[in-house]
Design a binder for this molecule. Structure first.
Ligand SMILES: [Zn+2]
Length: 251
């Protein structure tokens, strides 16, 4: 019964969408990393993004104007990690705040209140436990260019991580996943990354296990071969977690 009501509600939102398929296609063409998706996946991503925009509020700070292009760009990239999961993975919070550029924050506390900070004095993004996601458009607008950096995916992956408490690099597992394998694989990788540089992987990932997971997720969706080259075992568990194979199906 509840699922029928949910489906009906979702269908109503989709039917009343302010954006057409062509609008979404135009937005998707600007996000290079989406070009691996087939037609069905792309349509599903557009539907997810439509529901996402209905559920979440996106507001500008410091006079930043939230245009339809900004909303579509954020929604598409935010929904890529949950393309084969569901919007339930972003439950429990509703606000995204966008600054025109990097910003400084009064808060200097890291993690004690469940807040994850990026950058040093200047920040390009933050994800608050049960609170908003904050992004700098200057950084976010370059996301999706297949350069291995994606602040949108980074912050939204922190939200997946926070579904079972503070961000710690251990999100809820999929039913067919072995939590011990996840922990051991990520711990082994994190220990190695703290000692060794890896081509295409941002050193910021060495900060703590939560940043390691978020930074490697950026690479998983942007430049997956770099992750496969550096940590094939982490690529494999991320395939299971995100239920996606950005390098394509195994031959
Ligand atoms: Zn982070």
């Amino acid at each position: 019964m509840f699922s029928i009501l949910k489906d009906w509600r979702e269908q109503r939102v989709l039917d009343n969408s302010e954006f057409t398929h062509a609008d979404w296609m135009q937005a998707a063409e600007r996000i290079v990393i989406l070009d691996r998706l087939d037609e069905d996946e792309m349509t599903r991503l557009f539907e997810l993004a439509t529901l996402f925009l209905h559920d979440k509020s996106i507001t500008g700070a410091q006079g930043f104007e939230i245009t339809d292009a900004v909303r579509r760009s954020i929604a598409l990239q935010a929904c890529l990690p949950i393309l084969n999961l569901s919007l339930e993975w972003y439950a429990g919070w509703s606000s995204i705040i966008i600054y025109p550029g990097s910003y400084t924050s009064e808060s200097t506390t890291v993690d004690e209140f469940g807040i994850v900070h990026e950058g040093h004095q200047h920040r390009s993004g933050e994800a608050w436990l049960r609170g908003p996601i904050i992004l700098s458009w200057k950084d976010a607008k370059h996301s999706g260019e297949r350069d291995g950096h994606n602040v949108v995916i980074h912050e939204f992956v922190h939200k997946l991580d926070m579904l079972n408490g503070r961000a710690n690099g251990f999100p809820p597992m999929q039913p067919d996943m072995d939590p011990t394998r996840w922990t051991e694989t990520m711990e082994r990788g994190f220990a190695d990354f703290q000692k060794h540089r890896k081509a295409g992987l941002d050193r910021y990932g060495a900060t703590n296990p939560a940043e390691f997971f978020a930074v490697l997720s950026e690479v998983f969706f942007e430049t997956p071969q770099k992750l496969m080259d550096a940590y094939p075992d982490i690529y494999e568990i991320m395939v299971k977690f995100f239920c996606q194979t950005p390098l394509g199906p195994k031959s």
